[in-house]
Design a protein around this ligand. Structure first.
Ligand code: SF4
Ligand code: SF4
Ligand code: SF4
Ligand code: FES
Length: 947
């Protein structure tokens, strides 16, 4: 337990930055920054002052009066948490009088909070217990445990944590955490004095309130009043491993706390630079999938997908797979097989998969799920700025004066970043939301967007051009920045293009649906801000002109001089935990690690020399090309690590046809996912808790993943790829993932200075990390762009083919919800299903009424690609003419209706625009019926193997 307590050492009040101030505390000279509290100064000097309501992640509140001190020349006994240091101050933290006062306060607490520590789940990690012990308080002159809430019912409504009012000391830490850190304002203290009581919402239980289960209140509670149910059920943890969340691209750092091999809780790491001690419901609580009974822990093989699976040992599985793949290559050619890397696996694992494909398969047929999410970001930012990643660290938003959020819903998809953003908005930053749907940021507790520009799906380019048009034609450009930092010729050409009347808000209004005056006002707000930042998501990239919009965003940032310092920048909010890393590691068919083109003989030579193999110079197949080639009959073998193509890729029928066309589909995953139902080999995967490695988040931050438990199947994913490669005749020998990282650093200039030792020392590193930036690069493009001068690309608007017609009059767009994650394979196997258990169709009441659809009715949704059935939710969050759904449950068939339209530059699918018709129906679609039957059959075949 000591190790755990040490990691969580609490200095009482937050860090302050300012001029040095010197004082003495208990006779010890101390120098701290101006604004620092006496409590923190004492803690920094190794002097502990008792405290209850203070903690270093919240501003001081000063309610408990346990932290009293004496200050020479001052009357009374000021609270050390709310008193700031002054030069020459002489502070005493210990005296008989202070002891007496503190004991008295604690006795009052104890009179209201039974000291039944031995039977309490918080025994050993309760701050009231600590303070009482340190002051020698064992009973109270005011009576013991005469607590008015002994008989008040405990609140067990939340699946992950419980609230016991009898244990509450009304320190307000939970309320302040919910307000100041999470920004949800779900908690309040009801009543006064002894009758005061913490409540969620309007005297509701937690589940019935606005609470989003981020766990911040639980984390901040000094007693057992708010506590994880896992601790109630299994007792206290006895060891801790610091690692990185395996859900979204925020990349929060956690201490996995365990008892033996059982993970009891994930405690957000306040030293984690991406999250600074905060978390969301997924990373904080939804880790139970890792040991869910559906995990497959023995390799499975079969000749055809109609046959039962056969459980085999690892060696047989590798031999079987290698023989099948080599046989296919002999019969159909070297290019007839390929591999998909996983954006959920570590950098090291992803690196190995692309290496195996290039070196052992002997071709460049490797791709990754970034193909279907942020590949346009790579193309667009590389073209304009010279580097395909986001430009800032998350904490940069604290310096932004105006923030434009476009096609992203951070509250649901990047919740910990959303909390940072909301904090900045509460401090006064202005907000422009560009989204067809009224996301939570538009109007939430104590925040309100200045502009919600509810554009029509498919009109992003027209919108971003209109913004730049206003900047240019109203003389709002940052001329000095453009002159110093950007290529003149392309700029002048672009300027002429963008100033054209066709890009004016008045003419684009017909395309975007946004009133011209709103665009003009938003553009002025953005362009005149000292610091304006753009954050965007898949609502930008997943379009037929995704790459064009990304370039338009970069143009807008350059023309307004908003790059190269804190508080500004172009920030793609990456979806999966390691999608940035999987791209960095050379997962695309045309690029080796570090985004270097495979056709470059110098770069290829470097890898050939190191890998001791000749590499092909032609780029390989992208995922959609692999599918097309399979349907056409000349692509026959595919190795898929940690990716569920059958659920996540568009036009499901086409994907299924492609998977059925394969002679050998190898799936490596935790569960028999939708893709694995078409597989011939299943290799058990390992969760993030079972291996060492690194993830790279949306800020280019490389963080360590550390093994907390042994791999359930005996091998970690990197060991599986290594063994398969060996079976294919290309052995790779690494004793530990740190050796793989050493190879990556040796061959990749942006990673040249990265090592596990440095990661352990610094906690995390934002690439580029090399001789020029030995500790990493928080802000990109500071003095010049990576490509030298910034490039203004022409961004002409080309309407998508996917338009509303008489047959398909509504536009369907898709997104995520907080509690579920991507294809849901992980979160559907946790208690998060209590929050959201089915995908629904959001439809505006006008459109619903026109079709006779009422709340909860089954709706048939028909596109030119297919049809499916979802339950209707009537809401004005979506505008008339637009419908919306999530895609977390396979039986929803959301991708049965999405089409094979894709981005012109990268083939990223146009998930965000599908023309559909919606009508009331009474039964599932044919596809859904077929899906259910096929899924049942495959489960039976799996059961036979297990039996
Ligand atoms: S779990 Fe999070 S949202 Fe819910 S009450 Fe606690 S701090 Fe607020
Ligand atoms: S529930 Fe915990 S954090 Fe909240 S007021 Fe009570 S003791 Fe303090
Ligand atoms: S915000 Fe993302 S990385 Fe952080 S805990 Fe939630 S899911 Fe994990
Ligand atoms: S810790 Fe200072 S008043 Fe509570």
């Amino acid at each position: 337990m000591n190790e755990i307590r040490l990691k969580l050492k609490d200095l009482g009040t937050p860090v302050r930055i300012g001029e040095p101030v010197s004082l003495t505390i208990d006779g010890k000279p101390v120098t701290v920054a101006k604004g620092t509290s006496v409590m923190r100064a004492a803690a920094l000097a190794g002097i502990s002052v008792p405290k209850l309501c203070a903690t270093d992640t919240l501003d001081a509140f000063g309610s408990c009066r346990v932290c009293l001190v004496e200050i020479e020349g001052r009357k009374g006994y000021p609270a050390s948490c709310t008193t700031t240091v002054e030069a020459g101050m002489e502070v005493r933290t210990q005296s008989a009088r202070l002891d007496e006062l503190r004991r008295n306060v604690v006795e009052l607490y104890v009179s209201d909070h039974p000291l039944e520590c031995v039977s309490c789940s918080a025994n050993g990690h309760c701050e009231l217990q600590d303070v009482a012990v340190s002051l020698g308080v064992e009973d109270s002159r005011y009576g013991l445990g005469e607590n008015g809430y002994r008989n008040v019912e405990k609140d067990h409504s939340n699946p992950y944590f419980a609230f016991d009012p009898a244990q509450c000391i009304v320190c307000y830490r939970c309320v302040r955490a919910c307000d100041d850190i999470q920004g949800t304002f779900a908690l309040t203290v009801d009543g006064r004095g002894y009758a005061s009581r913490v409540t969620a919402g309007q005297l509701e239980n937690f589940m019935g309130s606005e609470c989003v289960s981020c766990g911040a209140c639980v984390h901040h509670c000094p007693t057992e009043a708010l506590i994880e149910k896992s601790l109630i059920d299994h007792g206290a943890p006895d060891r801790s491993v610091t690692t990185t969340c395996a859900y979204c691209g925020v990349g929060c750092s956690f201490h996995a706390e365990l008892s033996g091999e059982r993970v009891l809780r994930m405690v957000p790491d306040k030293a984690g630079k991406a999250n600074e001690g905060h978390a969301c419901v997924k990373g904080r609580f939804a880790f139970g999938y890792a040991t869910h009974r559906d995990r497959i822990t023995r390799p499975l093989i079969r000749e055809s997908i109609d046959q039962p699976w056969r459980e085999v040992g690892w060696d047989e599985a590798f031999a079987f797979t290698a023989a099948r793949l080599r046989d296919i290559q002999q019969r159909h050619g070297r290019d007839s097989i390929g591999g998909i890397t996983s954006s959920r696996c570590t950098n090291e694992e992803t690196y190995l998969v692309q290496k195996m494909v290039r070196a052992a398969f002997g071709n460049n047929n490797v791709d990754t799920c970034a193909r279907v999410c942020h590949s346009p970001t790579g193309y667009g930012l590389k073209t304009t700025l010279g580097e395909s990643a986001g430009t800032q660290a998350f904490n940069s938003v604290a310096h932004a004066d105006v923030v434009m959020v476009m096609g992203a819903n951070p509250s649901d998809a990047h919740p910990v970043f959303a909390s940072r953003l909301k904090r900045r908005l509460r401090e006064g930053a202005r907000l422009i939301v560009v989204d067809p749907r009224r996301i939570d940021l538009v109007h939430g507790p104590r925040i309100r967007a200045d502009h919600h520009l509810a554009l029509r799906p498919g009109s992003n380019v027209a919108f971003i051009n209109a913004m730049a048009h206003v900047v240019v034609t109203e003389g709002l450009e940052d001329r000095a920045f453009i002159e110093a930092r950007c290529e003149r010729g392309p700029y002048l050409k672009w300027r002429e293009f963008i100033a054209g009347e066709q890009n004016s808000p008045e003419l684009t209004e017909r395309i975007t649906g946004i009133p011209a005056s709103d665009v003009r006002a938003a553009a002025r707000l953005f362009a005149t801000a000292p610091n304006a930042a753009i954050y965007y998501g898949l609502g930008v990239s997943e379009h037929s002109q995704g790459s064009t919009t990304v370039m338009g965003i970069a143009n807008l940032a350059m023309v307004t001089g908003n790059l190269g310092r804190e508080g500004v920048g172009v920030n793609p909010l990456r979806g999966q935990n390691n999608v940035q890393g999987s791209c960095d590691m050379g997962s695309f068919p045309h690029e080796l690690p570090g985004y270097r083109h495979i056709s470059d003989p110098g770069v290829r030579g470097l890898f050939e020399q190191d890998w001791k193999v000749e590499l092909r110079q032609e780029p390989g197949l992208r995922i959609p090309n692999m599918f097309d080639a399979s349907v056409a009959g000349h692509f026959k073998g595919l190795y898929v690590q940690g990716e569920d193509l059958a659920q996540s890729d568009p036009n499901t029928q086409h994907v299924e046809a492609a998977l059925r066309g394969l002679e050998c589909l190898v799936v490596q995953d935790l569960f028999l996912n939708e893709t694995a139902r078409f597989a011939h080999v299943f290799l058990p995967g390992s969760s993030f808790l079972e291996k060492d490695g690194t993830f790279t988040n949306a800020e280019r931050r490389i963080s360590r993943v550390r093994k907390a438990i042994e791999p359930l199947a005996g091998l970690a994913d990197w060991e599986v790829t290594m063994a398969l490669s060996k079976a294919l005749g290309y052995p790779m020998d690494y004793a530990h993932p740190s050796e793989i990282m050493a190879e990556i650093a040796r061959l990749t200039p942006t990673f040249a200075g990265v090592s596990y030792a440095k990661l352990d020392r610094l906690g995390s590193i934002q690439w580029p990390c090399n001789d020029a930036a030995p500790e990493g690069t928080p802000t990109m493009h500071v003095d010049e762009f990576v490509r030298g001068k910034g490039y203004f690309a022409i961004t002409g608007f080309v309407p998508t083919d996917e338009r509303a017609t008489r047959k398909h009059p509504l536009l369907l767009t898709t997104g995520r919800i907080l509690s579920q994650y991507n294809v849901g394979a992980q979160t559907r196997r946790t208690h998060n299903t209590h929050f959201y258990s089915e995908d629904v169709l959001e439809i505006h009441p006008f459109d619903a009424e026109e079709r006779g659809i009422a709340e909860g009715d089954w709706c048939g949704i028909v596109s030119r690609a297919g049809n499916t059935v979802l339950r209707a939710v009537l809401t004005d969050r979506v505008q008339p003419g637009v419908v919306y759904t999530t895609f977390h449950f396979p039986s929803s068939g959301a991708n049965v209706i999405t089409t094979d339209n894709s981005d012109w530059a990268t083939n990223c699918p146009e998930y965000k625009v599908t023309a559909v018709q919606v009508s009331k129906v009474t039964e599932p679609s044919e596809w859904q019926k077929g899906y259910e039957a096929f899924a049942r059959r495959q489960e039976e075949l799996l059961d036979k193997a297990r039996a």
